[in-house]
Design a protein around this ligand. Structure first.
Ligand code: FAD
Length: 240
């Protein structure tokens, strides 16, 4: 048996054993760069989901998955939604762009990623296009905690449109600059949030996550108040 097809068979056996089968029931384009994708199926019923968790979706290539964040999960009907950024550089971007209602996919999870259940006080969530879904899920989970949202964006118009579409009206947006000048502006928001006792979440582009984490540590914010997760990094593939 050729090595490639043996690999493909092993991958599909493992998929059947470990993953949940889901059907894409809707793909809603929201501006040119985002798609809100609904996945449904009996295997998604009865799932214990915590907002902030991740879902890994199997790609066509054996053993390859790409990771997204459920924005909600209806465990009785077996339905979840993910907000995907279409950046068109890898298999995940291509799947997001091309998938259509009726397509099937295999998903692994939901599994732990960001978990704010042990935190209290106001929330300060910093991210980019890939973490807008996370901000939505966390804001919905904690309606009584104020949530200050900050996003670095490549396309301000598209980002602002999707945020409004999701009802996240009060986010502060920063246009991405190659020289990172916008990250300095993001850092400027940290001291007053730290003084107000915020629980910080940094998720999205690895370099920004790392930079903001270092800056907030200098403000004597203790580790339990800081949650970080790099969602992607330039030149890295399928970061998880
Ligand atoms: C826990 C977790 C949760 C996530 N949740 C979401 C989510 O809800 N929605 C979402 O859209 N994404 C989310 N992501 C990010 C997403 O998994 C990555 O963007 C992923 O790399 C996309 O896969 P790809 O095959 O398109 O690109 P890859 O094959 O993984 O990467 C190819 C190249 O594309 C570039 N690249 C990757 N991502 C981006 C990007 N966002 N912007 C610009 N360039 C990029 C990099 O240079 C990389 O080398 C999440 C990631 C993690 C780890």
């Amino acid at each position: 048996m050729p090595a490639e097809s043996a690999k493909g068979r092993l991958s599909s056996v493992l998929r059947r054993m470990l993953m949940r089968r889901a059907t894409v029931s809707s793909c809603e384009p929201i501006s040119a760069c985002f798609r809100l994708i609904t996945l449904e199926g009996p295997a998604l019923r009865g799932v214990a989901w915590v907002p902030g968790q991740k879902l890994q979706i199997a790609m066509a290539e054996p053993f390859a998955t790409r990771t997204y964040t459920p924005i909600e999960w209806d465990a009785s009907d077996g339905r979840t939604r993910i907000l995907c950024y279409v950046h068109a550089r890898g298999p995940g971007g291509a799947w997001v762009r091309d998938v259509k209602p009726g397509d099937e996919c295999d998903v692994f999870g939901p599994r732990g990623s960001i978990d704010l259940r042990a935190t209290s006080g106001p929330l300060a969530i910093f991210g980019d296009e890939t973490s807008i879904g996370l901000a939505y899920a966390l804001s919905a989970q904690y309606p009584t905690r104020s949530a200050a949202l900050y996003f670095e964006l490549e396309d301000m118009k598209a980002g602002s449109y999707v945020l409004k579409h999701l009802g996240l009206w009060r986010a502060t947006l920063f246009e991405k600059h190659m020289d990172g000048a916008h990250a300095e502006q993001m850092e400027a928001a940290l001291p007053s949030l730290a003084a107000g006792g915020a629980a910080f979440v940094f998720a999205g582009k690895a370099g920004t996550v790392q930079r903001l984490r270092q800056s907030v540590k200098l403000l004597d914010v203790t580790t339990p108040r800081i949650t970080t997760k790099a969602y992607w990094a330039p030149g890295k593939v399928g970061l998880d």
